[in-house]
Design a protein around this ligand. Structure first.
Ligand code: PEP
Length: 255
């Protein structure tokens, strides 16, 4: 299991390092690592180095919220995977719906970012998910299948080294959560598509996270679904006690 917090564009340096230290302290007594639950904090770029230092030795890992598709060069404003590794990152979120929506990121660009991450020792958390209109039009499998297939085509067998996050766009930051049954149905479909690309054994080993208004109150039920292997958590990750409660639910579920 993996529980990854996505802090989005929140906090300042002092608040970010204080939150990271508070998460590390709150998570310590849960023995998450021993229970097979990995924890990651995906912080804004300017805070990554300090956050990595604040959680050093705690078992909590650090991720970025995006990464360049390019390895190096004249790409003003971009941040490469190697740079992220050098400041202590383990993960990079790619293809979050906010980047697809507000920055016009295509399936191809997202797949290229995932490839750049893997080529430089970073694990991409590849986000897929449908909008409310697409769900109403019964396009869920078509949309998430298309998004996953783009990554599968680009990554080949390396897809087995990625994390996939199913984030229904209508559930992100809205307080509206997919029911455990809705989440499981899409996760089972993604697992099936992964198995087509990688074979069953490798597909079973790819962590499939759910994201979309996951909170301590609904986490246990979502995480208990057979194909839900963790969570990508926005709002509830900005409060150390809420985030720790979510991790406690993951530890209890994986016990
Ligand atoms: C997210 O941004 O990835 C997310 C799931 O946000 P929230 O938990 O706030 O819905």
């Amino acid at each position: 299991m993996l529980i990854a917090g996505n802090w989005k564009m929140h906090l300042t340096l002092d608040a970010a390092t204080a939150l990271a230290a508070a998460v590390a302290d709150a998570v310590a007594p849960l023995h998450a690592h021993e229970a097979g639950v990995a924890v990651a904090l995906c912080a804004p770029f300017p805070f990554l180095h300090a956050v990595a230092q604040a959680v050093a030795g705690s078992g909590v890992t650090v991720g970025a919220q995006d990464v360049s598709a390019h390895a190096e060069g004249a790409y003003t404003g971009e941040t490469s995977a190697a740079m992220l590794v050098s400041v202590g990152c383990t993960y990079a979120i790619v293809g979050h719906s906010e980047r697809r929506q507000y920055h016009g990121e295509s399936d191809t660009l997202v797949a290229d970012k995932a490839a750049a991450a893997l080529a430089n020792g970073l694990t991409p958390i590849v986000c897929v998910g449908e909008t409310l209109d697409e769900r109403r039009a019964e396009q869920v499998e078509a949309v998430v299948g298309r998004q996953l297939d783009a990554a599968a085509r680009r990554l080949g067998d390396d897809l087995a080294r990625a994390v996939i996050a199913y984030e229904p766009v209508w559930a992100i930051g809205t307080g509206e959560t997919a029911t455990p049954e809705q989440a499981q149905a899409v996760h089972a479909f993604l697992r099936y598509r992964l198995a087509e690309a990688l074979g069953t054994g490798a597909a079973d080993a790819v962590p499939l996270l759910y994201g979309g208004s996951m909170k301590p109150i609904n986490a246990a039920e979502l995480l208990a679904q057979p194909d839900v292997d963790g969570g990508l958590v926005g709002g509830a990750s900005l409060d150390a006690s809420s985030f720790a409660a979510l991790i406690a639910a993951a530890v209890a579920t994986s016990a």
